[in-house]
Write a protein that binds this ligand. Structure first.
Ligand code: KIV
Ligand code: ZN
Length: 519
């Protein structure tokens, strides 16, 4: 057991985003994606990065090789079955730390591997010995350990320990453990092997993090986790949740820099195209978001009233949302951030208008709030920073969707660019960003398209959320029958809101036009 100078027990984080996480149905990462994520995981400070399963494809092999050559501080590991061809693929990547596995449950032996217990045990031992003979350190997983016959599991674990494995991993492969049963199993395994123990929990019943915590409390010193809880089926234990619960609720220590959790999560979401659910603990958009009047009032007076930790601890930001549950404190604070001071009477009227929109079932965006407030207090419409003056989009068979846009910037200069995309909306949003990126880098965080009415001439609503590199987030929406135009309109409004926030936070007042970024 490793106890730190702080007196806390140190738990190792084995990140399997690039292996089990990539096994999320529909996810496939390029070598470049994997390298970028591996670098981010290294910055985050995970102890082990499971870079992939090299035998599955040429691309996977190239990714593992490339990651292994980066010279990262985190230990780079790769997955392998206990057979020679798999271990050889690790050797060809110069991998020094292997995650070797074979299933041990009757179910897997009978229906998947078609091996007797004796054959499985011998294969496991041979695989470990082969890897060890090639100088590779071995972490051994008994796949489906939690549904395996205890006597056989014991035999296999002791045999691979004797064959030279340096760590045993206990996978709850289909997530059927409970914290109580997993505690008992880990205590038992700890009593039969001398080497350290890892836990690898899946989230089929939503218990992956709880089971992982139970496992480390019972004596395991390493947890397998993935960013955003990605992984087979319902996923693996979420790294963000495990790290924050382990350190803040159980007084354990990890080597991870929690302040990088949010940005790492977003990087993985972008690369995998698996969006983080808004209500996901720790790194979801709503994890530090508040709408209801009672909560926003509480949080604005004292954040701890409705927040279990400061958002900055995980690199996130507090977000106040306007909507039908809103109250005057939250709306006043939101307007202040937009540079609009309101009287008590004005805020009442604004809140009333906000609730009216909320009651229709619509999301009240930042751009809506800005517009409502200006109407209520009789301020002129803002001069937009960016204004669309021309747009052409081409798409079709044998034609790469291409968009040309011309935007007028505050001081009157006009910029024209063309961009391609996977579709017309993608092309046009990319073209807009190409212009606005010259002033400030803005990333599209969320894009939602909903048909409000039926038929091919349906009214559609586009809702977008954009974020700049300082973490300013802004939402905007637009409705129309032409989804390209609605997307453009929402995007430009969102970016204009961001520009406004930036000028407010840098100067305390609105400034127009934005300054061209010096590269
Ligand atoms: O869930 C699992 O059992 C696995 C093994 C490969 C360890 O991912
Ligand atoms: Zn798994």
């Amino acid at each position: 057991m490793m106890v730190m100078s702080s007196g806390k027990r140190r738990i190792r984080i084995f990140d399997t985003t690039l292996r089990d996480g990539e096994q999320t149905p529909g996810v496939s990462l390029t070598v470049e994606d994997k390298v970028e994520i591996a670098k981010a995981l290294d910055r985050l400070g995970v102890d082990v990065i499971e870079a992939g399963f090299p035998v599955v494809s040429e691309g996977e092999l190239a990714s593992v090789r490339a990651i292994n050559r980066l010279g990262l501080t985190s230990q780079v590991c790769a997955l392998s079955r206990v057979d020679v061809a798999d271990v050889d693929s690790l050797i060809s990547c110069d991998i020094k730390y292997a995650h070797l596995f074979i299933a041990t449950s009757d179910l897997h032996l009978q229906y998947k591997l078609k091996l007797t217990k004796k054959q499985a045990l011998e294969t496991a031992v041979r695989g470990v010995e082969y890897a060890r003979a090639h100088g590779i350190r071995v972490e051994f997983s008994a796949e489906d350990a939690t549904r395996s016959d205890r006597v056989f599991l014991t035999q296999v674990l002791q045999a691979v320990e004797n064959a030279g494995a340096e760590r045993i991993d206990v996978p709850d492969t289909v997530g059927t453990m409970t914290p109580e049963r997993f505690t008992e199993l880990i205590r038992y395994i700890k009593s039969i092997v001398k080497i350290p123990i890892s836990v690898h929990c899946h989230d089929d019943y939503g218990l992956a993090v709880s089971n992982s915590l139970a496992g480390v409390l019972a004596g395991a010193d390493q947890a397998h986790c993935t960013i955003n809880g990605l992984g087979e089926r319902a996923g693996n234990a979420s790294l963000e949740e495990f790290v924050m619960a382990a350190t803040r609720l159980y007084n354990l220590e990890v080597g991870v820099d929690a302040r990088l959790l949010y940005e790492t999560s977003r990087l993985v979401a972008r690369a995998t195209r698996i969006l983080v659910q808004p209500n996901k603990a720790i790194i979801g958009e709503n994890a530090f978001g508040h709408e209801s009047g009672i909560h926003t009032h509480g949080v604005l007076s004292m954040p701890a009233t409705y927040e279990p930790m400061e958002p900055e601890l995980v690199g996130a930001r507090r977000r106040i949302q306007a909507g039908k549950h809103a109250g005057s404190h939250g709306i006043t604070a939101q307007l202040k951030a937009l540079g609009i001071e309101v009287s008590r009477d004005e805020v009442k009227r604004i809140v009333h208008r906000v609730k009216e929109i909320g009651d229709t079932g619509r999301t009240v965006t930042d751009a809506d709030l800005d517009r409502i407030a200006r109407e209520v207090i009789g301020l002129e419409k803002r001069n937009p920073y960016f204004k669309l003056t021309d747009l052409a989009v081409v798409t079709g068979i044998n034609t790469v969707p291409t968009a040309s846009v011309r935007l007028k910037v505050g001081d009157g200069q006009t910029i024209t660019v063309s961009e391609t995309g996977v579709g017309p909306v993608d092309a046009v949003l990319r073209a807009i960003q190409q212009v606005t990126d010259k002033f400030t880098k803005v990333t599209l965080r969320e894009y939602r398209l909903e048909a409000i009415t039926g038929g091919t001439n349906a009214e559609a609503e586009v809702l977008i959320k954009v974020e700049d590199d300082s973490g300013n987030v802004s939402s905007a929406s637009s409705t129309g029958q032409d989804i390209v135009m609605a997307s453009v309109d929402a995007m430009i409004s969102g970016i204009n809101e961001i520009m406004l926030r930036r000028s407010r936070s840098s100067q305390g007042a609105e400034s127009n036009p934005p300054k061209l970024k010096v590269e």
